[in-house]
Design a protein around this ligand. Structure first.
Ligand SMILES: *Cc1c(COP(=O)(O)O)cnc(C)c1O
Length: 302
């Protein structure tokens, strides 16, 4: 049932991160472990789903239909939630049938899959894209790719509360800002809304700069009516989405204190290191790094 999913409010833990390059610069980082909220439902994607699931429930829908690729963290979290809470899920996939570890999980979780090809998947932004799917699955509620939009962002606002509740436990009286990886910018937008101009949110783009992330963030700000958003988008894609090079691989391997994947969290922390080493943060700066998850997606990448 969708309703029982709405009752689940996992609390991500806030943990100190001890790394040489932080200690040398006198910068403190605490990690909000979204990757550890559950054994199967992991990362920022659960939070981005929450308000969409609420809208689906209010509309009287029985389950969810959504889309993603063959390594999608979004579909993985959705399918796992469907199995856990007992609501049907349908996934529309990019490309042609293949069996990645993620796809095998989706099937095991009971998600019904349709492969759209590449051309068919590109049509997902067309005005009439959902019409045939809603005819085929009238009882299911469509959620955009990745759980984006204002409802997606609203689900991420609770991270600010989680940090507020736990920062004293680290001996922190306050902190100076946030650092996280961005795909669509929805998660960043949620934090910007929650901070409402108090502390800056630094987002490291996992996609090239021409992917319209800034426009998406701005449109969420506009819809929410926030006039003074305090954030920064930094290109950290290293040449493209899912582009992996040796420098990145080495960084992830040598940063054994925390498990990272190469698409989002690895690139985000690596860019933070570059900024810290360039002296861009004053001694005593305290930052929250959001571990947005994605560890399931790295299986079979190499
Ligand atoms: C989807 C994803 C992101 C990007 O989140 P957005 O809200 O789209 O910016 C970041 N990290 C991981 C691990 C993800 O799976």
């Amino acid at each position: 049932m969708l309703l029982s999913a709405l009752d689940w409010h996992p609390q991500p833990r806030l943990e100190p991160l001890h790394l040489d390059w932080l200690a040398h610069a006198g910068v403190e980082v605490a990690v909000l472990r979204l990757d550890r909220i559950d054994s199967l439902i992991s990362g920022n994607k659960w939070f981005k789903l929450l308000h969409h699931l609420h809208a689906a429930h209010v509309a009287g829908a029985q389950g969810i239909i959504s889309l993603g690729g063959a390594y999608s963290n979004h579909l993985h979290a959705l399918a796992a939630a469907g199995q856990r809470f007992g609501f049907p899920t349908v996934g529309l996939l990019r490309g042609h049938p293949r069996e990645t570890p993620t796809v095998l999980d989706l099937k095991a979780f009971g998600m019904t899959l349709h492969w759209l090809g590449y051309e068919g998947y590109r049509r997902r932004h067309d005005a009439d894209f959902w019409t045939p799917w809603q005819a085929q699955y009238p009882q299911l509620w469509p959620i955009p790719e990745g759980g984006s939009g204002l409802p997606g962002a609203q689900g991420c606002m609770s991270w600010e509360t989680s940090v507020r509740d736990q920062s004293a436990g680290l001996g922190w009286s306050d902190y100076h800002g946030w650092w996280l990886a961005c795909g669509t910018g929805t998660s960043l937008a949620g934090l910007v809304l929650a901070e409402a101009g108090r502390r800056p949110v630094h987002g490291v783009l996992a996609v090239p700069e021409n992917h319209g992330v800034k426009q998406q963030v701005e449109s969420i700000m506009e819809e929410a009516g926030l006039g003074n958003p305090l954030y920064e988008l930094i290109d950290g894609s290293r040449g493209g989405f899912a582009r992996v090079d040796e420098g990145l691989t080495t960084f992830i391997e040598t940063t054994a204190q925390i498990e990272l994947e190469p698409l989002y969290t690895g690139k985000a922390l690596m860019l933070l290191k570059a900024r810290v080493e360039a002296g861009q943060f004053a001694v005593g700066t305290r930052l929250i790094f959001v571990h947005t998850g994605g560890l399931q997606g790295r299986r079979g990448l190499h």
